[in-house]
Design a protein around this ligand. Structure first.
Ligand code: GLA
Length: 395
């Protein structure tokens, strides 16, 4: 057992005065490319990480549910399966559970979908830096699915676990996100990236082999303060752009159904801001397909260039980067041995990623850290990304 699994297990024993029946893990994620397209029916290419969330858990026979978290202090959040079954799945009913709105939202959604969930106790411990945009909430949601599947012998596929987790995030926690994070946290595989079509959910595992390079995670350590409100604003802008495009004569279900040839049509049909938002969605989807091809053929130079173009589009057309992400990304790009760098996740802070030649990694980390500090006054954390196995990755 690693350090975090042990801490979850120890907390379980201290709080619940018995041993857990099971200790499970679900990963966080980075998205290599395909940003802000998962709610536009586009393709994304994330990787599951070795960093994530651990849970120690056991069943109870009296319907009582008790949850504790190493990261959120020792106090247990308590409810019952009966109460969860009667709660409407809306943020108002779940807000009082604090951090536990995610696991309890998942339990409630499972119950709502006809799964038989009784009482249980669970202690969790995360190895993901909090608020860094590496999907700690999706990791916790999917982990809860995996735990409840095991404790209550329910038949649940990875895809169902992802969709239940997404429903919990949207309805109970009130975050109107796309399906990418929950899907990769449920079904990612070690040493692989996944090319996921967020419209059909068809997906392909791609060996994650960067040859003589490696992937760095560069945490700006800037909290993603605007992420929630601006995220919803961007979603609304995309919906409005789609409405106008269809009103002007196209018949598309999603923005990402528009091809390269359709870009000229967008230019004519939309006002300035919406034109840029739609252009990002369409071009990012196309870049993701090209990036998947580059990864498959081992063309890491092209993959890096596509990552650069992705960041520039997120900065100029989609406007979700901000001073800190731009500073760290451009500092990285200026270093010898860096093949590409971009923000990852929702934006407005959080993490960026860079593909870096292995023999240059150390000096890149030093130079980027110094320049980022000089430009922003903040201290970043940079480390090598390691992929990890998701609980439904091998089904
Ligand atoms: C957040 C959301 C995802 C996705 C990304 C942006 O991580 O949870 O669904 O939209 O932002 O690509």
């Amino acid at each position: 057992m690693n350090e975090y699994a042990l801490r979850a297990s120890d907390l379980f024993k201290t709080c619940f005065r018995k041993s857990p029946e099971t200790v499970l893990f679900a990963p966080g994620r980075v998205n290599l490319i395909g940003e802000h397209v998962d709610y536009n029916g586009g393709r994304v290419m994330p990787c599951s990480l070795s960093l994530g969330t651990y849970a120690a858990a056991a069943r109870r026979n009296d319907g009582v549910i008790r949850l504790v978290s190493v990261d959120m202090g020792g106090a247990a959040v308590e409810t019952t399966s009966e109460e969860l079954a009667s709660l409407p799945c809306v943020p108002l009913s779940f807000a009082r559970f604090g951090w536990a709105e995610y696991p309890l939202g998942v339990a409630a959604k499972l119950i709502e979908n006809g799964f038989c969930i009784g009482g249980f106790e669970m202690a969790v411990c995360g190895s993901l830096p909090r608020g860094s945009g590496l999907s700690s909430s999706a990791s916790l949601e999917v982990l809860t699915c995996a735990v409840l599947k095991e404790l209550f012998f329910i038949r649940l596929t990875g895809e169902q676990a992802a969709l239940i987790s997404l429903a919990a995030e949207r309805d109970c926690a009130g975050v109107n996100c796309g399906v990418m994070d929950q899907f990769i946290c449920a079904k990612g595989r070690k040493d692989h990236a996944m090319l996921l079509d967020t419209h059909t959910l068809s997906n392909e595992y791609l060996p994650f082999d960067l040859k003589d390079a490696e992937l760095l995670i560069m945490n700006t350590n800037k909290p993603r303060r605007l992420a929630g409100s601006k995220y919803n604003e961007r979603r609304a802008e995309c919906e409005e752009a789609l409405r106008l495009i269809n009103a002007a004569g196209l018949d598309k279900k999603h923005l990402c159904d528009i091809t390269e040839e359709g870009l000229a049509f967008i230019e004519g049909a939309l006002p300035e801001t919406l034109r840029r938002r739609a252009r990002h969605a369409v071009t990012e989807n196309i870049r993701t397909l090209k990036a998947a091809e580059a990864l498959k053929t081992g063309d890491i130079v092209t993959l890096g260039k596509l990552m650069n173009a992705s960041h520039d589009s997120l900065k100029n057309d989609y406007e979700v980067t901000g001073k800190e992400l731009d500073s760290i990304v451009y500092a990285a790009r200026d270093q010898e041995g860096v093949l590409g760098a971009r923000m990852t996740g929702a934006g407005f802070g959080g993490c960026a990623i860079a593909i870096v030649k292995k023999d240059a990694a150390r000096s890149v980390i030093e130079s980027v850290t110094a320049r980022y500090k000089a430009e922003t006054g903040l201290t970043c954390s940079i480390y090598t990304a390691k992929t990890g196995e998701a609980p439904f990755g091998k089904e």
